[in-house]
Design a protein around this ligand. Structure first.
Ligand SMILES: C[S@@+](CC[C@H](N)C(=O)[O-])C[C@H]1O[C@@H](n2cnc3c(N)ncnc32)[C@H](O)[C@@H]1O
Ligand SMILES: [Zn+2]
Length: 508
């Protein structure tokens, strides 16, 4: 207080005031400068703004990375995700996507021809019965008595039906309109490399939407630029730059958005024929919205890189993320795939949907599954039949599966769904006398579709040059196609070793 009132402070405070005035002058100058810049930029179109941005940056700071048909620009200081080894992941996804496009077309044509022949038969029957019963009446029309035109039969979602029947019905529902090119959502896109490859390399694909929410670490220049124009994160910025860099096909097909993938997928229900999830670590937080964003009969592609968690390194974390306990058996990688599939199924079931796995692979440091998603409250009742708990002996390699559900038939031959019989094992192992650990539930139904695997492989062989990771991918797919597909866990392992042994015996 004394100091404040004493004269000794006066010269200091006047100095302070002068400094403040200078500071505020500087601030005003900066403000004026940016205001002028912003009005200059605003007078230009978006296109020109981007050109200027590119021009202002030193192009020497960029490296061009080519993978397949796509090229991306990587800034020296850029922290947008790019992992070279993920070429295997992108290649196999392209192979599956190519098969999906052609399968979807075949399914559409099959339903159209089925419908055409059904119409012919019903028209013929109607004509014959009309001729027999009322030869003098006017020709039977398609008009209902209330004047409504009869369209394709409306399908109740609760009708009891098997998988294949449901598949036909789902496809029929889709066939009501003209088949549009499939739309793809890459929910976690980073640089956009995958989306660009999809757009440029997969024929017959429609729009590809690439999302990312990365705010990244930005340079001062980028921050100011983004603040001025309310622009987008560094990943999205990089993605948009890459779209432009890849020419007209990419520009017309790929669009990039700054968005939280979960929000975007939730607000776009049943809109995408393919949803691709490729996160850092676990996909668990994205699954609930992803299963809702796929159209009926569409495909969900999903990577999980948290292998330590899925393979039993941290059982509690796995349970909290995936709702399943992993076991550290010899089959742990296969179990990781089956845990992921069970988790996707459980999210799908919440929306009366269910999955049909097409291909499930364990490669490098991750697992990746490709599943089709359908809607049917009745088919969903079969889910417990496709899930099992695993009892693993703590003393030896023996293990047993305990199905979660079973079926029984009623007197009228209809099917009842019941809890599985248990326990599947005695208190102690009959081989070694030790106790069992219980893991799961896991997906215990097939994890691949043999027909798909064969056609993906054939397709890959016919265009070897178009897959940078051809050798690796074809080896993985060949192993899957040759190994006994229906066997579970360790059986698959022993089956594989037998298979390799037999081959070795033949060759020697
Ligand atoms: C592993 S990278 C994707 C790599 C890319 N799919 C590829 O093949 O090159 C994961 C990306 O997900 C983004 N991401 C993480 N959480 C997200 C969220 N909630 N919404 C949107 N993007 C997210 C990250 O910013 C990161 O760029
Ligand atoms: Zn034992």
């Amino acid at each position: 207080m004394y100091l404040l009132l004493s004269g000794t402070l006066k010269p200091k405070s006047s100095l302070l005031i002068t400094r403040r005035t200078k500071q505020s002058q500087r601030l005003w100058f900066f403000f004026f400068f940016f205001w002028q810049c912003s009005s200059l930029f605003c007078k230009l179109g978006v296109h020109e703004k981007e050109e200027i941005t590119m021009a202002m940056e030193d192009l020497n700071d960029y490296t061009i990375i080519k993978e397949g048909e796509a090229e991306i620009l990587m800034h020296a200081k850029n922290e947008v995700f790019y992992n070279k080894t993920q070429v295997n992941n992108r290649d196999i996804s392209i192979a599956v996507l190519r098969s999906f496009v052609s399968k979807r077309k075949q399914e559409h044509e099959a339903v159209l021809s089925k419908r055409a022949s059904a119409t012919k038969v019903s028209e013929k029957n109607a004509f014959e019965s009309a001729a027999e019963e009322a030869p003098n009446e006017s020709v039977v029309t398609d008009e209902k008595s209330n004047g409504e035109t009869e369209g394709p039969e409306e399908i109740s979602q609760d009708e009891p039906c098997g998988d294949s029947e449901e598949f036909v019905k789902t496809t029929e529902r889709r066939v009501q309109g003209k088949l549009k090119p499939p739309r793809v959502l890459e929910a976690l896109s980073a640089s956009g490399l995958r989306s660009l490859r999809y757009a440029r390399e997969v024929e017959g694909l429609g729009q590809v939407v690439a999302l990312d929410n990365d705010k990244g670490s930005l340079s001062m220049y980028h921050m100011m630029y983004q603040m001025l124009f309310l622009i987008v994160s560094s990943s999205v910025e990089a993605c948009r730059r890459n779209i432009k860099f890849n020419g007209s096909v990419a520009c017309s097909k790929v669009e990039s958005h700054l968005a939280d993938a979960r929000v975007y997928m939730l607000t776009h229900p049943k809109e995408f024929d393919v949803v691709d999830l490729d996160p850092y670590g676990s996909p668990s937080v994205f699954l609930d919205s992803a299963v809702q964003s796929v159209v009926d009969g569409g495909m969900l592609m999903c990577t999980a890189t948290d292998m330590a968690v899925l393979c039993g390194g941290n059982g509690e974390v796995c349970y909290s993320k995936y709702g399943s306990y992993p076991l550290r058996g010899k089959y742990c990688h296969e179990m990781a795939l089956r845990i992921l599939l069970a988790c996707i199924e459980s999210h799908a079931n919440r929306y009366k949907r269910y999955i049909v796995p097409v291909l499930s692979v364990q490669m490098d440091f991750y697992v990746r599954v490709f599943v089709r998603v359908y809607t049917s409250a009745s088919a969903m009742k079969s889910t417990p039949l496709k899930l099992s708990y695993v009892y693993q002996c703590t003393g030896c390699d023996s293990f047993h599966l305990q199905p979660v559900g079973r079926t029984a038939s009623n007197k009228n031959n209809s099917v009842r769904y019941l809890p599985g019989f248990g326990p599947a094992v005695p208190q102690v192992c009959s081989d070694c006398g030790k106790k069992f650990n219980m893991g799961g539930p896991i997906w215990s139904a097939p994890i691949h579709d043999q027909e798909w695997v064969t056609s993906i492989l054939a397709d890959m062989h016919s265009m070897k040059d178009r897959y940078p990771a051809y050798d690796r991918i074809s080896a993985v797919l060949t192993t899957i196609s040759e190994v006994c597909l229906i066997f579970l866990l360790f059986f698959a392992f022993s089956c594989l070793t037998n298979h390799i042994f037999t081959k070795w015996m033949i060759n020697n």
